[in-house]
Ligand binder design. Structure first.
Ligand SMILES: C[C@](O)(CO)[C@H](O)COP(=O)(O)OP(=O)(O)OC[C@H]1O[C@@H](n2ccc(N)nc2=O)[C@H](O)[C@@H]1O
Ligand SMILES: Nc1ncnc2c1ncn2[C@@H]1O[C@H](COP(=O)(O)OP(=O)(O)OP(=O)(O)O)[C@@H](O)[C@H]1O
Length: 281
């Protein structure tokens, strides 16, 4: 990618343990986060005014107005400087894969280079997922999202992402959560060398938002069933996107093809999670 371009990769919560709730209503999380080799594309050119154009296959319904997280991130970085921004949307919005947060983080990265400014330290105010998206590699996220440390060794993971085209509102899903104090992941995460080992270990962990998300969007059950031949099938974030993990890319490709045929209205993509550096599409 050129210096004024950035990939805003899909974020996937391999685990999402809700461990408590702060007085301000935000929830404490313990989550193993990885990124895909697929995402939105952001370009920035020099300009006097700040403008945004939203293009691409998933642009429908995404505002290009000041509420777009790309423009909010730009104004967070500098209140008045200009740039001509183009956001090519490939990820569904409000889908649990951090589309908006990853776009905001990409905007901070690109504009900090264009405007020669340091990255801000307080970007959690843009969204709980923005800090982890600033450095899109495998990480363990905690606090409400403001804390993250590199995750121990994980291999690249052949996977399929499935979204049924229903937006799951993150506040609505948190509001439907019954038990807000659940156990965290083990304090030391194991080193996992193969997709199979990852799937076996993840099966002992959870996404605590799955049950409330199913009440908000019952179609999530069908997404998980569609991934029945995966080593592990789970929801990401607050849904509705679910992911399946496979042993090989060809297994994932075959599964994606079959699901897309059975559910032509769904968004179905074969991806690699935690890809080797510089292999993004
Ligand atoms: C669920 C996750 O996807 C896990 O990675 C993220 O924590 C959500 O991150 P996000 O979409 O950037 O969330 P924000 O835009 O900051 O928050 C949306 C809403 O989700 C709820 N929220 C979010 C994050 C958090 N740690 N606790 C919460 O309770 C709050 O109701 C908040 O008003
Ligand atoms: N650039 C953007 N792309 C997508 N949605 C955006 C963007 N900017 C603002 N939004 C708004 O943000 C809301 C949440 O979108 P986003 O894609 O970040 O949700 P999400 O995938 O559920 O996030 P998370 O996984 O962090 O919970 C959308 O409903 C949309 O109105």
């Amino acid at each position: 990618m050129k210096v004024n371009e950035a990939l805003a990769p899909a974020k996937v919560n391999l685990t999402l343990h809700v461990t408590g709730r702060r007085d301000d209503g935000y929830h404490l999380l313990d989550s193993l986060v990885v990124f895909a080799d697929l995402g939105d594309h952001l370009r920035a050119g020099p300009a006097d005014d700040l403008t945004l154009e939203v293009t691409g296959p998933m642009a429908a319904g995404v505002s290009a107005g000041p509420d777009n997280l790309v423009l909010r991130a730009a104004r967070h970085l500098h209140p008045s400087r200009g740039a001509r921004l183009t956001l090519d949307k490939h990820l569904p919005a409000a889908a649990g894969i951090g589309g908006g947060s990853s776009d905001a983080a990409a905007a901070l990265r690109v504009l900090s280079r264009l405007w020669d400014l340091p990255l801000p330290g307080d970007c959690v105010v843009l969204g709980a997922d923005v800090p982890v998206c600033l450095d899109p590699v495998a990480q363990r996220l905690s606090g409400i999202g403001e804390r993250h440390i590199p995750a121990p060794g994980l291999p690249p993971l052949p996977a399929v992402l499935v979204n049924p085209g229903i937006a799951a509102s993150t506040p609505a899903v948190f509001a439907a959560l019954e038990n807000r104090t659940n156990s965290p992941m083990p304090s030391k995460l194991p080193r996992l060398d193969t997709p199979r080992e990852v799937a076996s270990w993840l099966a002992t962990q959870r996404n605590d938002l799955t049950a409330p998300a199913r009440t908000v969007a019952p179609v999530i059950e069908r997404c998980l069933s569609a991934l029945h031949n995966a080593r592990l099938a789970r929801m990401s974030g607050s849904g509705a996107t679910c992911f399946g993990l496979y042993d090989t890319r060809s297994d994932a490709e075959a599964a994606a093809k079959a699901i897309a045929q059975a559910e032509p209205d769904w968004w179905v993509r074969e991806v690699t999670l935690n890809p080797p550096p510089s292999s993004s599409r």
